[in-house]
Design a protein around this ligand. Sequence first.
Ligand code: AMP
Ligand code: MG
Length: 343
Amino acid sequence: MKRVVFILVASLAAVAAVLWGRPGSGKPEDVQKQTRFLMDTYVTIQVPGDAQAIKTIEKAFDRMEEVDRKFNVLNAESPLYRFNHENVPITDPEILALLETSLEVSSESGGAFDITVYPLVDLWGFFRGAPAVPAQADIALGLKKVGWRELRIENGVLTKPKSDVEIDLGGIAKGYAVGEAVKVLKGAGVTSALVDAGGDIFAIGELRGKPWKVGIRNPRGEGVIGVLDVSDLTVVTSGDYERFFEKDGVRYHHILDPVSGYPASGLMSVTVICDDAVRADGLSTALFVMGAEKGMELVERLDGVEAIMVTKDQKILTSPGLKGSMVTAGAPAAENPFVSIGR
Ligand code: AMP
Ligand code: MG
């Protein structure tokens, strides 16, 4: 059964009391848990059960590491790297499938999600140690290389008529990795688990008969803005706090508007809730770029997709589907201490 309840919390103090202030509740020792660093983030997988569950968790991690190697745009061995730098066509069916999904999200979002934004991501230097505001002329040059419609997938081969087009699946690959981990866990018969890859979370089933709890991170400061009760759902957050620098009081972050070449403004974070980790990841990035108004319009058009947005002026917006099940602060959600913080 899929269900989601969003509990808005009045204050961080209340959150702490709600989530962690119940000594004796739950039995953490019955939940096997392992954390690894991959895809540039700490990933934790929890599975209730005995020591056997650890073996299954390790299999799920192995699969995620495989995905990480293949989709890492900085890995000189990856087909993506060769496509970007040596114009070698991509034939790997797994990469092509994720590309197709990326292009669907591009189309749905009117181009707000665009995997060809990579030359600009590279220009801003978010993955090269010392990011800085580029010269306007360089942004203009970078923008000329951007355009998802330039990509051609024909007969199982991805080519680019314009050789300077470069792609980056960073806005969707983590969701894919999470989805693959979920497949491994379910394939091994797991009926309850939480896969938490920083901002990308998937909850399988329930924890001891109750939905898993996922906190939505406060984009400014510690703690959470609310808690979701989720079961068989993914919760994916894109935020301006994940990778950023400040210059002259302005925050520059890693989610770029493919039209301006600058970081998308208007929102601090977007959380997408649905049952598909891949789409949720693509959509969270897309909605972030689209902003509150257009973004919420898109959410309303999509079946089975809900969203929570935090605006630049710190307003919390929730899609109508979530409002229907909203519970006020301090309500029952708290009995389960296993909370993940969406980052
Ligand atoms: P996420 O954290 O899922 O929102 O993804 C952010 C990452 O996606 C960035 O680090 C870039 O690698 C990439 N990216 C940035 N802007 C866009 C965009 N407009 N469309 C697609 N990918 C993007
Ligand atoms: Mg994303």
